[in-house]
Structure formats: C-alpha cells, structure tokens
Ligand binder design. Structure first.
Ligand SMILES: *Cc1c(COP(=O)(O)O)cnc(C)c1O
Length: 453
C-alpha cells in the first residue's frame, strides 16, 4: 500500500515536472527497490537482466526516480528510446486520447488513419528523393526481419550480409545477423542460414580508410558469396551495441554504390541511430548515403513499442498481399505516440539540442582523454557519444575498468550504459530533454569514477 502511495505521488509529479536533480536518499537499491528486485528474482527468468538496481516509478526531463525516492540522472534514455524525454506531455496526451477512442482493431482487419499518417511521415522524413512506402511493426528485431523478407522477395536471392560488431536483435534471424555471441547468441542456435559476415570499418582498431575498408568487405563478399546470390546487406550507420563504432568516411557510400551496381538491397538499420539521436533525423545523412530500406524503432514513439521498415516503393511492394503484417503492428496507441513524437522532432528544436548535447559530451570526454590515456577513443555524433577504455600500453580493451567506472557512476546516481564487442565502451545516450547542468553533473560523476578506478 505504502509503495502504491509513493508511486502515485511520483506519477502525479511525473514527466518533465519532476525535480531535475540527482538526489540519493538511500544506497542503491534502497529497501523498496530491493524488495521489488527480490520478487523479480522469483518471478522473472535470470536471462532477463538489468543494469541499474532500482525499481523505477517515474521519469522525465533528465531523471529517473525510483521506489525509494532516489532521483538518478538518466544518460541512457532506456537505450535511446526516450529521446524526446520520458512522459513527454504531448505524447502522454496523445496516448490518453487514443486509449479512450479505441485501443486496437488490427490494421490488417480494419485500417485506421494514424498508421497511414505515420507511414507518410516516415516516407517524407527518411533520406531519398523517390517514392517510398512504410510498414509498421512492434520491435526493432521485427522490423529487421521484415526488411530481410522484403529484400529477398524483391531480389529472388537468399544471402544476406551483416557486419562485424553488428547488432540487429534477439529473434532467430536477427541473432544470426548479430555478431556477438555472449550474451546474445550463446547456446541459442541453430541460427538462420544464408547469413554471412563482412568486416566493418573500425578506424580506431583497423586504421583503414573508408574506401580501403569497403574494398576489403566487397572483395570478401564477392569471393565468399557472389554478388548474384546476395539479396541485401544490412548495416548500422553508427553501430550501437557493438561499441558506437563510426565507420571511416567513404565506407558506407562505397558499399551503397556497390550494392546499387549489383542489384543488392542496401538496408540501413537505424533502430538506434534514428530520430534526431545523432543530431540528424537519420544517421545515414551524416555519411551521405541513401539506403534502399531503413529500419527504425527505439526513438520513434517516445517509449511506446513501434517499429518500421521504410524504403523504395518498388522494393516495399515486392510482397504479395498478406505477406507482411502482424496482429499488433502499428497499434493505434503507438501510432498516436509516434505522431506526437514526430511533431516534437520536427518542431521543437530537438535536432539542434542533440547537436548541443554532442558538443558538451565530446568536449568533456576529449578533455578527460587528454589527461587519461585509459580513454583510447572518443567518438559518435550528436547525443550518441562513447568512450572506449583501453590499456594505454597495448591499446587492449579494458572491460574490467569499463565495468568498474559504469558501476561506480550508477552507485552515485548516474545511469550509464556500456557496450562494445569487447565490453570496453561507455555510451552516452541522454534524453534530449536533459538540461546542461544535469548532463555536466553526470559527466562529473563519471570523471570521478574513472579517477577512482
Ligand atoms: C535495439 C536494436 C535492435 C533491436 O530492437 P528491439 O526493439 O530490441 O527488437 C535492432 N537493431 C539495432 C541497431 C538496435 O539498436
């Protein structure tokens, strides 16, 4: 009962109305969170892990509040989802209104306008000055699966290439596309066939120019698969889980050109990079590439589950009627949230804010790097910036240091996420609604954690 009261109290002050402060009133987890997390151990399988040892009851602006009244600085946005800010008032209002109107008819049974409006917006906002169409789904993995289905149907070919360090989801096909074994794939095979891996451009570790890295990948694809067998390549313009790896200039355009010349569908997986996150509406714009298909999810709907495949109309139309869809895909509440979020992305200066946040993050982390050679690399765009931690002598990845810094920051009330094939990257994905003060305070805490480690 007491817990419910506390939750209600927080909820009435939720969203951007929450006090914008880091405030720890207990060690983490406090007693209420600890009790809830103990129930998690009994009720939820161990395979569903968690990073921050608290039970959240409210979030907004740049903070997450837990069941004990601790207020944590949010530098993760629930993995790049709450980009416009948690419980954004425009989204909360749109969701409430739609929930009172109708919650589900199934778009494949009785279609509704909001789905079509989201598709129109995606067709307009994604790169490419040609006729486009969009189909909506529930999760990033589902969007990726459907992009592959569409590319195979369009080309009549089967092989698909994904890249080293790539992450595309946890379903069977997307596990096959994902590079890293632990924790995403280990023990969960067999994986979908006709998925091949090509080398990524990773400037900090391979030292190759973009064109040279592309030549390496193309040569491997031609020799090991054959362009004529290849339906699609799928690539994150900036890799997310793999370590915020930004390919060298020229890498993505060379791949896209090769795809076009060989009838291979070029799929950009913008599930993590999409919707203003990188200081551009889509990260493909940074590299001057125009994908044939783009997958989106995470930031699209302010936290509601929604995902999309958007692309060239003639490719998107390859499937027979009934070949694409799903019971919940493009749920009306999620569509209402997406339309509200897209309004915010287009009209509320969010892209500019992502660029400002990127400047603050990059300047601070670069300054830290100049004092501390354990930060081997600082990279990213906009509000998607990472630091890679290494042994300064050998450049070898230092996962232990990375975990220690992240855990210490979390214990001090700053939510940071790690990533990377080698587990040695801390990534910063703050909500774009965070204030400068809170962002800088969060970075101060990370700097102290590093100094102490
Ligand atoms: C998160 C992510 C996915 C999977 O999305 P889910 O919604 O978790 O299924 C796919 N691709 C990329 C690039 C991602 O970051």
């Amino acid at each position: 009962m007491a817990l419910l009261d506390a939750e209600t109290e927080h909820r009435t002050q939720g969203g951007p109305g929450l006090p914008q402060q880091r405030r720890l009133v207990t060690d983490l987890p406090g007693p209420r969170s600890a009790a809830i997390l103990a129930r998690k151990v009994d009720a939820v399988p161990a395979g569903v892990g968690h990073t921050v040892p608290v039970a959240a009851v409210a979030a907004g602006g740049g903070v997450v509040v837990d069941a004990d009244g601790n207020s944590l600085i949010d530098l993760g946005s629930g993995i790049a989802v709450a980009t416009v800010g948690n419980a954004h008032p425009k989204i909360a209002a749109a969701v409430a209104a739609q929930a009172a109107q109708f919650t589900h008819t199934c778009f494949m049974i009785s279609p509704y306008e909001s789905y079509i409006e989201v598709a129109e917006a995606l067709n307009r906002l994604t790169p490419g000055d040609f006729a486009k169409k969009s189909a909506l789904f529930n999760s990033g993995a589902e969007a990726v699966e459907n992009a592959i289905k569409i590319a195979r149907k369009h080309t009549g070919r089967q092989a698909v290439v994904a890249f080293d360090h790539g992450y595309h989801g946890r379903t069977n096909l997307t596990m096959a596309l994902t590079a890293k074994s632990m924790p995403y794939k280990s023990g969960f095979g067999p994986f979908a066939p006709e998925v091949y891996r090509a080398p990524m451009s990773y400037p900090f570790r391979d030292g190759l120019t973009g064109p040279d890295a592309a030549e390496r990948a193309i040569s491997q694809m031609e020799k090991q698969i054959g362009a004529g067998n290849l339906a699609a390549i799928i690539i994150e313009p900036i890799q997310g889980e793999g370590g915020f790896i930004v390919p060298a200039d020229g890498f993505l355009p060379a791949l896209a050109d090769w795809c076009r010349a060989n009838g291979v569908v070029f799929i950009a997986d913008e599930v993590q990079t999409g919707f203003a996150r990188t200081g551009h509406m889509f990260a493909s714009e940074i590299f001057g590439v125009v994908p044939d298909l783009i997958t989106t999810a995470k930031g699209i709907a302010g936290g509601l589950p929604l995902a999309a495949v958007t692309g060239r109309a003639e490719i998107m139309d390859a499937s027979h009627a009934g070949g694409l869809g799903g019971t919940y895909g493009g749920n009306p509440i999620a569509c209402a949230a997406a339309l509200a979020a897209i309004d915010v992305f287009e009209n509320d200066g969010v892209i500019e804010r992502a660029q400002q946040i990127g400047t603050i993050l990059t300047e601070r982390l670069t300054a830290m790097q100049s004092q501390d050679p354990r930060i081997g690399d600082v990279r990213g765009h906009g509000a998607m910036i990472a630091a890679e931690f290494v042994d300064p002598e050998t450049n070898a990845p230092d996962a232990a240091l990375t975990a220690a810094v992240a855990q210490a920051a979390i214990a001090q009330g700053v939510i940071v996420l790690t990533c990377g094939t080698y587990g040695n990257v801390i990534r910063f994905l703050p909500p774009l609604s965070i204030g400068d003060d809170l962002l800088i305070e969060g970075l101060d805490v990370v700097a102290e954690a590093l100094a102490a480690a």
